[in-house]
Design a binder for this molecule. Structure first.
Ligand SMILES: Cc1cc2nc3c(=O)[nH]c(=O)nc-3n(C[C@H](O)[C@H](O)[C@H](O)COP(=O)(O)O)c2cc1C
Length: 346
């Protein structure tokens, strides 16, 4: 497609912003975009940013690809001439990440002029820069939440009943503990996090202590818990479970938001997760994702019974509420666009 150079620059800006504002599981930020003159986008991924233990079926990886796609689609609403993005091809990657090249192609997208951008798209586009995670305590709700919000491709259900929140908190703790008590998972997490400023990759992305909002004491605690020796000892003396518990935060959150939909595909789930999260932002709510609850058949089925929906899939689940007034916010650092973006002109 022939664009004026002004229009082209705006599309490039949208793509860079999408990379900045889309979310990725564990904040792994694995993607690089190559944008070609004919409006084709190749999405490549960096193997060393994948999480073999935490995501051994690559579901979170494809969900992250879906959140990137949705962010691109929504951010294109900013342009005065409306555009949208289509999925042209998606490549299935093997579960064994060692089999992949250091950088590999995962999908091809195409930008096209579109006359059908909806008001919902435009409103959610405005939320892209306002969405942040908040993983601590929330303030009380300033207004009543509806039981359900209907969006174009998904729905948000709010669980506010005390007993239901407590039950979900229990299930969440059980699943989290199962994961975190695995020695290899703790090891992977430890090598992934940058807890101290002398780490060689401290400022590369959003996984350092500052971006994770951890105090120095909390970082020392995390180092001790995740280090293999203490991890084993704590597990043996049954101290690991109470240390890892998020019971209080989950059970006392003003609400648990469940985003549901009709597709069982991870890419669609990621799209719905992003859309739902932005709709929560529009309501003035911050969220802490609790994706571990989507990892077992038992927890998925159980959550669906709480929301009484005809949808068959859960795209995302968050504890949500308002940000405490005194909360100082650190935006998670993103990979620089010199690493994640390349424009290729013919
Ligand atoms: C598929 C997927 C699963 C996620 N699961 C979790 C989760 O279980 N816990 C969590 O705290 N954040 C989770 N996130 C959120 C990201 O870690 C987070 O949004 C991202 O690192 C960007 O940080 P920000 O939300 O502060 O901008 C998930 C994101 C995606 C795409």
């Amino acid at each position: 497609m022939n664009h004026s150079s002004n229009e082209k620059n705006k599309i490039v800006e949208c793509l860079k912003n999408s990379l900045r504002h889309s979310v990725s599981a564990h904040n792994s930020q694995p993607f690089q975009l190559k944008y070609f003159s004919e409006d084709k986008i190749e999405v490549w991924a960096m193997r060393d940013r994948l999480l073999g233990e935490a995501d051994n079926e690559n579901k979170a990886f494809y969900a992250s690809l879906g959140t990137l796609f949705e962010s691109i689609s929504l951010s294109l609403c900013k342009l005065s001439a409306p555009y949208d993005v289509a999925l042209v091809d998606m490549i299935n990657i093997p579960n064994e990440i060692e089999l992949l090249s250091s950088i590999f192609l995962v999908a091809v997208f195409k930008i096209y002029p579109s006359q059908s951008r909806t008001d919902e798209d435009k409103e959610l586009c405005q939320m892209l820069e306002k969405r942040f995670s908040h993983r601590g305590e929330f303030e009380k709700l300033k207004y009543e939440l509806p039981a359900l919000i209907d969006l174009q491709s998904c729905r948000i259900h709010f669980i506010q009943n005390k007993m239901d929140k407590k039950n979900i908190a229990k299930i969440y703790d059980e699943i989290n503990y199962k994961f975190l008590s695995k020695k290899n998972y703790a090891k992977e997490l430890y090598t992934w996090m940058r807890l101290f400023s002398n780490h060689k990759n401290w400022s590369t992305d959003g996984l350092n202590r500052q971006a994770l909002n951890l105090s120095l004491i909390e970082a020392i605690g995390a180092k001790l818990i995740l280090s293999t020796f203490l991890h084993g000892v704590l597990k043996k003396i049954k101290m690991l479970k109470p240390i890892l518990s998020e019971m209080h935060y989950t059970a006392h959150a003003p609400a648990i938001a469940v985003i549901t939909g009709q597709s069982t595909n991870a890419f669609d789930a990621g799209r719905g997760m992003m859309r739902g999260w932005l709709a929560l932002t529009k309501l003035g709510l911050y969220g802490s994702s609790m994706s571990a609850l989507l990892d077992t058949e038992f927890s998925r089925t159980k959550i669906l019974t709480y929301v009484n929906s005809s949808d068959i899939a859960i795209y995302g689940i968050f504890r949500v509420g308002h940000l405490p007034a005194d909360k100082q916010f650190f935006e998670r650092i993103r990979l620089p666009s010199e690493i994640t973006f390349q424009e290729i002109r013919n």
